[in-house]
Design a protein around this ligand. Structure first.
Ligand SMILES: [Zn+2]
Length: 391
């Protein structure tokens, strides 16, 4: 393997250079040098240094790899019939998660691993080089532990989501289930996880239960994040800010107080437009958040119920078309924004010292991600400086 690689004649290099509040930034007619697993140099193509190997981008765009900070990938079964029924007029209900729980409990480790690897490869082909992966379809000590252990095989960003929904065997006794989530289940899962999450929503967990789960996780060294405001306004977003959660996810329904709280915090608002697409709900008001100064991330929420897409380009296209984000804002949110939501400083940017996670599009600019929706534009992916096999 060559010690250094020069990618030259890049039509548009998206750097997201830190500074200027960490906004979207590009270099036209650019080049980039990779050494080992890091970016060593970026600048004008005309001034590019020599390297051991050269790739000619021939005017194509190069971007940071996508950072998908919200995904549920450890599950069995599928729910296409439920999706079809919903599109025919039935409302989405959080309890639909239970059918995936039954299928996941019945699956072998090998079946779950195969599904996980299939989705991870699908994400890579679409330019995702960092992704978060949640448990939450096991909901027993054994099944949650194997879910986080399997997730840890494919990503360091593992989230313990024992508090996804109250399983049927605890019907009418969510307090006893929360005790399990905060006790023996957490004991089993903490060593495999970096994050703790809770679905704070009517039909799932209330704010006091959510606080108990996140506080218990934090006491075991896990960092909090939260599902909040997906179906209606609620106290989840302010709880996220109160606990300095890295991210409040969904944020589809927000009060003015929620927006103010986010704007004066380090908590990222992670928007998941695939879920609105898949449930035919109104999209979150990204402009209101951006105009208030909130840091916004975009993620897929990939899961078999409400958002069975692994495609960050699809989410970028929805954000531009239906949430009135500019193409630059959407790409920033899908790269550097996702990195912020995972409290990562080594990804989401293409500057010297950053991890060499980057994608080359079969297009001259980032805008094509929204301009040509549904078209597979990702031509090449480098992950940690190595060119990935996209199969
Ligand atoms: Zn989710």
């Amino acid at each position: 393997m060559a010690a250094s690689l020069l990618i030259t004649r890049i039509g548009e290099l998206v750097t997201n250079a830190p500074g200027e509040a960490g906004r979207f930034a590009v270099i036209d007619d650019a080049a980039l040098v990779i050494e080992g697993d890091r970016v060593a140099w970026t600048g004008s193509s005309a001034r590019a240094p020599a390297a051991d190997a050269v790739v000619d981008a021939a005017g194509r765009a190069v971007l940071p790899g996508f950072v998908d900070s919200h995904a549920h990938l450890v599950f069995a079964g599928e729910r296409s019939a439920e999706f079809a029924a919903r599109m025919a007029g039935q409302p989405y209900q959080a309890g639909g998660i239970r059918s995936t729980v039954a299928a996941t409990r019945a699956a072998t480790d090998a079946q779950l691993r195969a599904g996980l690897h299939r989705l991870a490869q699908e994400m890579l082909r679409q330019g995702t080089t960092t992704f978060e992966c949640k448990s939450g379809y096991g909901l027993t000590v054994t099944d949650e532990e194997r879910s986080v252990a399997l997730a840890a095989e494919v990503t360091p960003e593992v989230t313990y989501l024992g508090a996804h929904v109250v399983p049927p065997e605890f019907d009418g006794d969510s307090a006893r289930y929360v005790d399990l989530v905060c006790g023996p289940m957490l004991d089993a899962c903490a060593a495999h996880s970096r994050w703790v999450d809770v679905f704070c929503e009517r039909g799932a967990f209330g704010v006091d239960e959510a606080r108990a789960v996140l506080t218990a996780g934090r006491a075991r060294g896990l960092l909090p994040r939260i599902h909040a405001g997906q179906l209606e306004p609620g106290p989840g977003v302010r709880l996220a800010v109160e606990l300095d959660a890295a991210s409040a996810d969904h944020c589809t329904f927000l009060t003015p107080a929620d927006v103010d709280a986010l704007a004066s915090s380090a908590t990222v608002a992670t928007l998941l437009p695939g879920a609105e697409f898949g449930t035919r709900q109104p999209y979150p008001d990204a402009r209101r958040l951006l105009d208030a100064g909130v840091v916004v991330a975009l993620a897929t929420d990939c899961n078999p119920g409400s958002s069975y897409t692994s495609s960050m380009p699809f989410c970028v296209a929805l954000a531009v078309r239906d949430m009135r984000m500019t193409t630059g804002e959407a790409v920033w949110a899908a790269t550097a924004g996702g990195a912020r939501a995972l409290r990562r400083t080594d990804v989401g940017y293409l500057v010297p010292g950053a991890r060499a996670d980057l994608i080359m599009l079969d297009a001259p600019s980032h805008a094509y991600l929204a301009y040509r929706p549904g078209v597979p534009l990702v031509r090449a992916v480098w992950q940690g400086g190595r060119r990935a096999d996209l199969g």
